[in-house]
Design a protein around this ligand. Structure first.
Ligand SMILES: Nc1nc2c(ncn2[C@@H]2O[C@H](COP(=O)(O)OP(=O)(O)O)[C@@H](O)[C@H]2O)c(=O)[nH]1
Ligand SMILES: [Mg+2]
Ligand SMILES: [Zn+2]
Length: 304
């Protein structure tokens, strides 16, 4: 029997089987103990140090079940650490306009982390009702830059449902995972997309005597022929923790390759000579905040 892990909680895996039924199973002991080299992350750094990961299956994995236990899982198409998930088609980055404050730096950090894993990000800006018309216009102006990089950007008001159809348009038949800071509006967005959803999860929480429902673990929900995943989110994200190195940055800021520098190993910092990237920042071809994110990350990573 084969299926996909849609939830993992206290060693119990919820597996969606090919026939559409869902079962609870555990993994065989050897799966939890072993450590393996993961080969599928695109190594962008010059040093090819494979990441060592626990070989236990995680949410998103295709697992093979024998004698009511997970025997093994199939090779992964991709694998992320934050959120800890395998085989995703797209990560939907949920960013609020306010509460928590919108941060271009955090957005860039999330985006390059996803790009590093060969996944295309979708950006959803929530809480658009908290901005004035002119503030929203300015934000949209800046976000055009990300659209030109090839990333979809949508705007949502979870209170009114505005923008729902736009987000729905990218979901059919895909495995989509919501990611972003705590409080950004991920769970609210699930409820916007799947009306009545919170009600259902709250009913389950009530039945289990858990009080107000909070997202504690990753869960995938069947929706529009694909799967939609809510994640707990996190308040802080360290670049080094994501396995980024300063040598990765030049490739991950994908627009940099369109600009020629005098030296091939140019780091594009303040003192670099004939730097095409800095030139492009000056003439507005590269978004200033993107460049600032690059510099901040470079300086953070250079001592690692
Ligand atoms: N005004 C407004 N509030 C929102 C919106 N989306 C979410 N919120 C509120 O923001 C808070 C955090 O939302 P939640 O979905 O729990 O965030 P999560 O931690 O990312 O899952 C809640 O109080 C929501 O009611 C929105 O579009 N507009
Ligand atoms: Mg949540
Ligand atoms: Zn340069």
């Amino acid at each position: 029997m084969k299926g996909r892990v849609i939830n993992l909680n206290g060693g119990v895996y919820k597996v969606l089987l090919e026939d559409g039924s869902i079962i609870d199973v555990k993994a065989r002991g050897k799966l939890r103990a072993e450590k393996v080299y993961e080969a599928n992350t695109k190594s962008l750094s010059k040093k090819k140090t494979p990441t060592i990961v626990k070989s236990s299956p995680k949410v998103g994995d295709i697992v093979v079940i024998e004698n009511d236990m997970i025997d093994h899982f199939e090779p992964r198409k991709n694998s992320l650490i934050r959120p800890d998930i395998a085989n995703v088609d797209q990560i939907i980055l949920v960013f609020a306009t306010k509460e928590p404050d919108f941060s271009y730096y955090l957005l860039d950090l999330f985006v390059i982390n996803i790009v590093k894993n060969n996944i295309t990000p979708v950006i959803v800006i929530t809480k658009i009702d908290k901005l004035t018309d002119s503030e929203l216009k300015e934000l949209k102006g800046n976000m055009k830059y990300y659209e030109e990089l090839g990333y979809k950007v949508f705007y949502v008001n979870n209170k009114s449902g505005e923008g729902r159809e736009d987000v729905l348009s990218c979901l059919p038949d895909k495995i989509s995972i919501l990611s972003g800071q705590t409080g950004a509006g991920k769970s609210s967005l699930v409820n916007t997309l799947i009306p009545g959803f919170t009600l259902r999860t709250q009913e389950i929480s009530d039945a289990l005597g858990r009080g107000k429902h909070t997202t504690r673990e990753i869960s995938l929900y069947q929706f529009m022929g694909g799967l939609l995943g809510d994640t707990p989110g996190f308040s802080k994200l360290e670049a080094a923790l994501l396995g980024l190195t300063k040598d990765d940055l030049n490739d991950l800021f994908i627009e940099f390759k369109g600009h020629k520098c005098r030296f091939s190993d140019c780091n594009h910092l303040e003192n670099s000579k004939d730097c095409g990237v800095r030139e492009a920042v000056k003439n507005g071809e590269i978004l200033k905040s993107r460049y600032e994110s690059y510099v901040k990350l470079y300086n953070e990573l250079k001592n690692k």
